[in-house]
Design a protein around this ligand. Structure first.
Ligand SMILES: [Zn+2]
Length: 257
């Protein structure tokens, strides 16, 4: 189960509405994923908060008096006669409004992780899965003249494929993967005993984004866009080597759409 699925199902999980398999999958995921664990905790807090009524506030008496007197004044000015709100209004409507304000104020803190963070988690999961299942490549070849045409007909774009053997990062092969709800190209490179997954798909816009580096669950990540393509590189290499790899790819890539 990925982060998106987990977060979609977290309320169902808390309300005990899911089947056993989904429950177990969510528990598994929450154990390994810090972000989803946080999300789970904040949902739990909100749920308990609402349940135990700690968001339920009674309007203070002086507020009640102030509102009543200002309403009286306004009414007098208008019609010269006095009226007051019924008592139930203060007992029911005002606390409800106060609770609504509290919940709305909390919403920014309860919002899940950003799209980039979710995508970074997806990228790491795909990388780990490719290593665990020893399913690194659908087409195993160090020749980019073999790997590049293999993607034709399988993807609606042509990923730039470069061999970087001379620079110390030989191409191992290519694979179809699925990220951000779309099929993407995964190119696999090797550096000594380490593997690098380079995921490529068309960028939403033509914007040029310089490489951003980060790390997740012990893996280093790099993300950039160039000439209409989005790139994500992930590996357990040390970050300076990954940076070198990113630089090499950036210098070589000249995509053909
Ligand atoms: Zn997660």
């Amino acid at each position: 189960m990925n982060c998106k699925d987990t977060q979609n199902l977290i309320d169902g999980y808390l309300d005990d509405e899911l089947d056993l398999v989904s429950n177990l999958e969510i528990e598994d995921h929450i154990q390994d994923c810090v972000l989803c664990a946080q999300d789970y905790k904040s949902h739990q807090l909100l749920r308990n908060g609402i349940k135990t009524g700690s968001f339920y506030f009674k309007a203070p008496t002086d507020l009640q008096t102030k509102i009543q007197s200002s309403l009286r004044k306004a009414a007098k000015a208008e019609e010269g006669r006095t009226w007051v709100l019924p008592k139930w209004w203060f007992n029911i409507v005002a606390p409800m409004a106060a609770a609504a304000v509290m919940v709305l104020a909390l919403v920014p803190f309860l919002r899940g992780p950003s799209t980039d963070e979710l995508l970074a988690n997806e990228v790491v999961s795909s990388h780990v899965r490719s290593l665990m299942a020893t399913h690194l490549a659908d087409v195993a070849s160090s020749d980019h003249h073999t790997v590049k045409p293999w993607f034709a007909g399988k993807l609606d774009f042509s990923p730039p494929v470069e061999d970087l053997a001379k620079q110390g990062y030989p191409l191992v092969g290519g694979r179809l993967d699925y990220l951000e709800n779309r099929p993407v190209a995964a190119l696999v490179y090797q550096r000594q005993k380490h593997f690098i997954n380079l995921f490529i798909w068309p960028a939403g816009s033509d914007s040029h984004v310089r490489a951003k580096m980060g790390s997740r669950q012990g893996y280093d990540l790099a993300y950039w866009t160039k000439s209409g393509m989005t790139y994500w590189a992930v590996s357990d290499l040390n970050s300076s080597e990954l940076q070198e790899f990113v630089q090499l790819v950036q210098n070589q890539t000249s995509p053909t759409m």
